[in-house]
Ligand binder design. Structure first.
Ligand code: PEP
Ligand code: MN
Length: 334
């Protein structure tokens, strides 16, 4: 409360807290009076009190996320994708092109992803492009092409859902992991819908999202009953223009402390250039990431989307080999 708070103003706050079903603890210090609300804090919002006369400021003292928090679940969660663990000792590298283009391209891509030793494949059929005049993805056909190519090499598929109206199609095509892209991290209706199913969800970090906002976005999914969530850092926007985004490696230990859910890194959208991908990947694994989401294309020069950042099959294979050494050094496998 403000220093010159009156007893009447204190009484107003106390009554409000009690009316909201909480009990009250008043702490009278030499300079300040602090009023504590005791009960389920999640039901209260600082905004309910900030505008009352005599209030200096109000704040939560517990974190707003519950289900995704490490406090609520001490052990690391392992997300199971058809027997493939994400979040355990084994690191998963999810490789594949930015977008699904043709059956031939997807067949070659799946072949090289499997040959490099990956257990899961990525590819976008619905693309969130900055310009409405560029390739927007193959859509439903793309999902079918992807499914067929991945089935041939026994790879579960990871693909982005942009529109809630496509969820049934995703379920029909048996998409194994739904990716929520950076632009949709706070599309709360979309988050609620993927919260109602029980498929694993990769939740990418919003381009300018704080870690708290990202955790709260995950809480939206978890609150619906779906706890199969994987965080994916893909670079954030800063003042730096020398690369596409800034890979926030610091978020890895912070998320590991705050949440029990797995954390993976997308070095491709972070750096934006293929030559940066190996260094960023190694840094991510060394810092404790549970996996990577990496763009690779049978022929990057001809990629319809994000050509500059795609590794060719040989570069991708070499990356997998070099990551084995990093994984071994920190007692993990890949
Ligand atoms: C992608 O993975 O192809 C993609 C569009 O990623 P982001 O949402 O991180 O930009
Ligand atoms: Mn891309």
């Amino acid at each position: 409360m403000n220093q010159d708070v009156t007893e009447e103003q204190i009484a107003t706050v106390v009554t409000k807290i009690q009316d909201l079903g909480h009990s009250v603890n008043i702490s009278r210090g030499t300079n300040r009076i602090v009023i504590g609300a005791i009960g389920d804090e999640h039901k209260l919002d600082p905004e309910m009190f900030d505008s009352l006369p005599g209030v200096e400021f109000s704040m939560h003292i517990v974190k707003q996320y519950k289900i995704v928090s490490r406090e609520s679940h001490k052990q690391d969660s392992i997300i199971d994708v058809h027997g493939i663990p994400i979040g355990g000792n084994q690191i998963q590298v999810i490789g594949g092109p930015c977008s699904v283009e043709t059956p031939e391209q997807m067949d070659l891509a799946a072949q090289s992803v499997a040959a490099a030793g990956c257990r899961l494949m990525r590819g976008g059929a619905f693309k969130p492009r900055t310009s409405p005049y560029t390739f927007q993805g193959r859509g439903k056909d793309g999902l079918e092409i992807f499914r067929q190519a991945a089935n041939k090499y026994n790879l579960p598929i990871v693909t982005e859902l942009m529109d809630v109206r496509m969820l049934d199609t995703f379920l029909e095509q048996e998409v194994d992991v739904i990716q929520i892209g950076t632009r949709n991290m706070q599309n709360f209706d979309l988050l609620k819908e993927v919260g109602r199913i029980n498929k694993p969800v990769i939740l990418k970090r919003g381009i300018s999202a704080t870690i708290n906002e990202w955790l709260m976005a995950a809480e939206y999914i978890a609150a619906g009953g779906n706890h199969n969530i994987i965080f994916c850092e893909r670079g954030i926007r800063t003042f730096e223009t020398a690369y596409r985004n800034v890979l926030d490696v610091t978020c890895i230990p912070v998320l590991k402390r705050e949440t029990h859910l797995p954390v993976i890194i997308d070095p491709s959208h972070a750096g934006g250039k293929a030559w940066m991908v190996p260094a960023l990947s190694r840094a991510a694994i060394a810092a404790g990431a549970d996996g990577l989401l990496v763009e690779t294309h049978p022929n990057p020069c001809e990629a319809w989307c994000d050509a500059d950042q795609a590794l060719n099959p040989q570069e991708f294979k070499d990356l997998m080999v070099s990551l084995k050494g990093i994984a071994a050094a920190i007692g993990r496998t890949i």
